[in-house]
Design a protein around this ligand. Sequence first.
Ligand SMILES: Nc1ncnc2c1ncn2[C@@H]1O[C@H](COP(=O)(O)OP(=O)(O)OP(=O)(O)O)[C@@H](O)[C@H]1O
Ligand SMILES: [Mg+2]
Length: 248
Amino acid sequence: MQAIVARNLTRDYDGLRAVDGISFAVEPGEIFGFLGPNGAGKTTTIRMLTGQLLPTCGTAEVAGYDIVTERQQLKPRIGVVFESQNLYERMSARENLVFYARLYRCPKTRVDEVLAQVGLTQRARDKVLKYSNGMKQRLLIARALLHNPQVLFLDEPTRGLDPHIAGHIRGIIAGLAKGGMTVFLTTHHMEEADQLSRRVAFFDRGRIVVLDTPARLKAEYGRDDNTTLEDLFVQLTGSDLRRANEEL
Ligand SMILES: Nc1ncnc2c1ncn2[C@@H]1O[C@H](COP(=O)(O)OP(=O)(O)OP(=O)(O)O)[C@@H](O)[C@H]1O
Ligand SMILES: [Mg+2]
């Protein structure tokens, strides 16, 4: 069974087609990089795949469950970390996690496990309002891991973080996939996507442009051996943005 299967997945917002009939499959234990310029439709795709937003048409299954008709079975099997997400700032990190562990009916022992997994054990009793962005991001990942999901969706997990913390978070992501978790990752850091993902999709204006392993994409579209994933991204996506800039 595939971890994610999307067929002709489409979403319109008041006449704007944000996601335009995409089809793809992600294997269990795979880190799948979903890469596209600002406004390409990445967050919209994640919101559909996690049952938060109805597709206009098309279907998808995540962990074997239909994202529309089987949302109740889907929810316990997935974890999501969005760009910005509410944490209870006046509560400590630990209290936040205990609250969600109760909500998700997870054993309380999971709280200490996930705190250790993201390296926050020492600071677990600090209020979240004293946390830096990097610590908050790790806490959000911890929260998404509480119920040990089969498929984890990460929407720009290292955005705005310094290279140390970003590297730490990449280590966490790689470790989760080694343990068998499927990870659907969006990021604007092409080096990060290259390092982590087994396969990547370049996604532009609602459509998948290419989908393959970074190595095969470089071999097929690269100009020479030094071509990076970032070079390919610039080459293969954002043509409308480039045109707009040239016209300025
Ligand atoms: N709630 C909404 N109502 C109307 N339009 C929306 C809504 N959410 C997103 N859009 C539009 O849909 C398109 C895709 O947006 P989306 O947030 O999915 O892109 P993204 O790839 O996640 O971008 P970014 O890299 O900037 O996060 C954009 O044109 C955006 O303006
Ligand atoms: Mg987004």
